[in-house]
Ligand binder design. Sequence first.
Ligand SMILES: [Zn+2]
Length: 146
Amino acid sequence: MDTKKCKKCAEEIKKEAKQCKHCGTKQGIGPCGVCGIIFGLFILFVITGGGNSTQKNITTKVDNGKNDGSYAVVCAQNEVEKSLKSPSTADFPWGIQGTPLGNDKYLVSSYVDAENSFGAEIRTYFVCNVTVIDTKSFKCQTECAF
Ligand SMILES: [Zn+2]
């Protein structure tokens, strides 16, 4: 017969006993019962809580304006370089920042120094409206005015 010790008086009692026959102390849930509850909660978390936390992460990413703003700047620079005669000579100033307009849209306004078709370095000012579509692949919808 399997026995266990009472939590309170340490007398031997039946393993499945819910109450000690010596002192009457309730034995509560055994270790396996606790395991079952934890396992059950874990399953519940995976099914319901897990999904919620994934959604939370996505929301946090979108809300991280500074991060997405820098993506918008990269997109704007790529777009500006496309319009230059010599993209390899493009020299953007440090610290360009995108102004968040909401809904993943940013206004990027700055200038670029680059050589024109005559080999002379000229400064071109630009204003780009950037919508960040995918931050992983620098995918943006970009419209620039010079
Ligand atoms: Zn007892």
